[in-house]
Design a protein around this ligand. Sequence first.
Ligand SMILES: [Zn+2]
Length: 306
Amino acid sequence: MSKVLGIDLGGTRLRIGMVDEAGGMHHHKVVPSSVLKENGDFVGDLIHFLGEYFEESGEKPEAMAFGIPSAIYKDEKTAFYSPNLKSPQGKVLLDHTNIADPVAEAFGVPVWVGKDTNYILVYDREVMGLQDADVIVAGYIGTGYGGAIMVNGEFVLGKNGIGEEIGHVPFWHGDALCGCGKRGCAEAYASGVVLKEIREKYFPETDISEMFTKHAKEQVLQEFVYAAALPFAMMGNLLAPDAYVAGGGVIEMKDFPREDFKRYIRENISRAVVENGLDIRFSEVNQEKGVLGSAMYARQKLAKLG
Ligand SMILES: [Zn+2]
C-alpha cells in the first residue's frame, strides 16, 4: 500500500510517521527536536535523520510534507524565519532556508513544507467534517499563538505566504513584549509561555496541568482566556467564518473554560455576525494530528500532481 510521510516539528519534539491510503499510521516515532538543532545545519541534519529513519523502517514514502513552526514562503519549500528553532549556541537555524529541494533531491520524492498550524487545520477540517465550509478560522495556542485561515479549501497565505498571524494582532494600548519582538500582540497575553508566568507569579503551588481545574474563575485567568478569545472575535468580525477551530496544548488542557472562551468571542462580535450563528469547535487531543495532517496534505498534493 502506498504511503506518504508526515513530520510535525515542534519546539521540543519531532514526530514522524508514514501514513497509508486508509489513514493508518506506520513507523510512528517521537524524538527530541534537538536532533535537527545540534550541528547548526538544519537541512543536513534532517537528511541524515530521514536516511536513518528510512533504513530503520525498511521503506520509503511516495511523498513527504513537513509542518514547521515558521512562516513558509508560497513556494512551499522555504522557511522564512523561525525564532523558535535555534542551535544550542543560539544560532537561528531557519532564515530564508530552502528545506524542500535538498530533501527532495536526496530521496527522489516530492516534498512540501508548510506552517505547522496549517497542517493541523488540514487534519481538523477532515475529522470535523468541515470540507464544505467556505471560511474556517483556526487558532492554536501552545507555546505561542499560531493561526490558520482557510477560504474555499485554500489557505489565505498572503503576500509571499507570510500571513495568517492571528496571534500577533495588536491589542489596544498593549505594551507586553511578544516573542516576535513587537509589543502588545495577542500572544504576549495568551500563550503557553504566559500561562507559565501566571503560574509562577500567582499560583506557584499549583501544577501547570491543574491551572484551569483550580483557578479558571480567578480574574487573572479570565483575562488570559479573554485575550485568547479576542483574535477569534476579530477574525469573526472580518470574515464571518462558517467555523472557528480552537486548539493547541493550552486550549486542550484539562478544564480549559470553553464556555467562558466562547462567551468572550460572542460578546466581541457584531450582532449581525452572531445572529448568523457562531460555530466554535475545539480540536481533539491527539498527539499524532500534526503528523496525520502533514501526511493528508502530502497526499492531496500528490493527487493534484496526477
Ligand atoms: Zn507578536
